[in-house]
Design a protein around this ligand. Structure first.
Ligand code: NAP
Length: 498
């Protein structure tokens, strides 16, 4: 029996989708059907937006600390159900259990951090230039927020958006990726159990084309918060721009790790392995480029290749497995297509991998071998474009300055890292690398939720999720002047009149 999941609209769980149903399969074992979901479209989005619009009227008036109490309770329930959620997530998404536990943990961290904001959300009080006049700024909620999320962090990324948005007093229409809808349903169940009033959070399952587009074009959606590819992000920015909707975009990455000649090589190897092949390379912050100083390049490459070949690949539910499958066959084809491009590009050399992992149980999933290209040059496509798979491009450079030029030579700007023992080099790198996140002596992955998350250049449009900076996405400022002088006072005029 395949489990049947539902949409959640105006406080009701609704089984039927106006466009039928779709199935969600386990990418490590395609015989395993995780669930059947309503395939929705404009009809459901209209109902969800109407519910969210109505609920906004009262939710915005609930004191922020009370709204935050509900998010705190959601965090507590996530703690209780962490293991169950991690196992379901591994089944539907493929990444290994320690990573899906980390994904749920990120949701827990976000819940507690966002709940704390319910009693902060600082504004300013400032002196006014006229006597008997008071000035302050406060954060105001924006309204109905459309949340469109990808499949690689099925709980963490939705919580980054939904929890702070709710604490700020907004209401939500949530469209999760159709590759990971089960985790999304569980998250909304948890919010319901935590006490979210009806209509405040609505979940609509279905494709980007059917559900996502309906959200973008709906006149009552005031804000769209999107995480996904730069290609779809551009389109979303265009549509939202036309309607002057608020829009935050967290997009792709082509992250690099620099290893200088004075680096602790053990540490740099361990970091590169985790950064490149964690989540099977399907992280926006994955290490898809390694930039090696020539003096250590040969030794690093030899040892890195050996470590990569020894990774245990398989079903992430097996605790001994180190790397799971790709999310679906389409993603495997995209990855393989890039490998073919790389093989045909001038002078890049494929050292290991470059093919499907097949045979036995592997035939039931979307497995791909860890793949390493060396002698890569910055102008090649495998050096510039996001591949989103276990494929690493290795560059060799002769100096620190050349390493910085190489790392900055993509249009993306999400994460970066440098391994060096030289504090001067480390600080120059922190200053000169064009990314939103830089690690020193750590891999390109591993963000914590109390610091801003996001990127420069084509990785986004200037917003930062996580941290208190997320409040800038989900609120607008109101400046307030209270004149208690009992007379008309004219700013800029009366103050300076002789
Ligand atoms: P994607 O194809 O852009 O999809 C992301 C979401 O957008 C999905 O829910 C998708 O729905 C939906 N969507 C697709 N077309 C749409 C449209 N025309 N209108 C509205 N919504 C639409 O990305 P993905 O493959 O899921 O995720 C991988 C990408 O996300 C990578 O580029 C990665 O770097 C990026 N990412 C960025 C961050 C970050 O914070 N910077 C974090 C994680 C991932 P369906 O798939 O259900 O159709």
């Amino acid at each position: 029996m395949v489990e049947k999941y539902k949409n959640y609209i105006n406080g009701e769980w609704i089984a039927d989708g106006s466009l039928g149903t779709f199935k969600n399969i386990n990418p490590a074992n395609t015989d395993d059907i995780v669930g059947e979901f309503p395939s929705s479209g404009k009809e459901e989005v209209d109902a969800a937006v109407a519910a969210a619009k109505e609920a906004f009227k009262s939710w915005r008036l609930v004191p922020a600390p009370k709204r935050a109490d509900i998010i705190k309770r959601a965090g507590d329930i996530l703690v209780e159900r962490k293991e169950e959620l991690a196992r379901l997530m591994t089944r539907e998404m493929g990444k290994i259990l320690i990573e899906t536990r980390g994904d749920v943990q990120e949701g827990i961290d976000t819940a507690y951090y966002a709940a704390g904001e319910g009693r902060r959300m600082f504004g300013d009080t400032v002196p006014c230039e006229l006597p008997n006049k008071f000035g302050m700024s406060v954060r105001m909620p924006i309204g109905v927020c459309g949340m469109i999320t990808p499949w690689n962090f099925p709980i963490a990324i939705p919580t980054w958006k939904i929890f702070p948005a709710l604490v700020c007093g907004n209401t939500v229409v949530f469209k999760p990726a159709s590759d990971t809808p089960a985790s999304a349903v569980k998250l909304v169940e948890i919010l319901e159990e935590a006490g979210i009033p009806k209509g405040v959070v609505n979940l609509v399952n279905g494709t980007g084309k059917n559900v996502g587009e309906a959200i973008l074009h709906h006149p009552d959606v005031a804000l769209v918060a999107f995480t996904g590819s730069s290609e779809i992000g551009r389109h979303i920015a265009e549509v939202c721009g036309k309607h002057l909707k608020r829009v935050s975009l967290e997009l792709g990455g082509k992250n690099g790790q620099i290893v200088m000649d004075d680096a602790n090589l053990e540490l740099a190897l361990e970091g590169a392995l985790w950064g490149a092949f964690g989540t099977t390379g399907q992280r926006c912050t994955a290490t898809s480029r390694i930039i090696l100083h020539r003096k250590i390049a040969d030794e690093f490459i030899e040892r890195f290749v050996q470590l990569a070949q020894n990774l245990k690949i398989g079903n992430g539910l097996d605790e001994s497995v180190q790397m799971g499958p790709l999310i679906n066959q389409r993603q495997r084809e995209i990855v393989h297509n890039y490998v073919e491009i790389g093989k045909n590009e001038d002078k890049a050399k494929l050292l290991i991998g470059g093919e499907y992992l097949t045979g036995g149980e592997y035939d039931k999933g979307f497995f791909y071998k860890p793949t390493v290209f060396v002698d890569v040059k910055p102008d090649m496509r495998i050096a510039k474009e996001e591949i989103f798979g276990p494929v690493v491009a290795v560059f060799t450079v002769d100096s620190f300055d050349e390493a910085i030029d190489v790392i900055n030579s993509t249009s993306y700007g999400l994460s970066s890292s440098i391994y060096t023992q030289d504090v001067n080099q480390a600080f120059r790198a922190l200053r000169d690398i064009e990314t939103g996140i830089t690690y020193v002596n750590g891999p390109t992955i591993g963000a914590e939720i109390q610091l801003p998350f996001g990127g420069v250049k084509d990785t986004g449009n200037g917003h930062r999720e996580s941290s208190h900076t997320v409040l800038d996405i989900f609120t607008e400022w109101k400046s307030i002047y209270v004149d208690y002088s009992g007379k008309l006072q004219r700013a800029q005029i009366d103050t300076y009149e002789e």
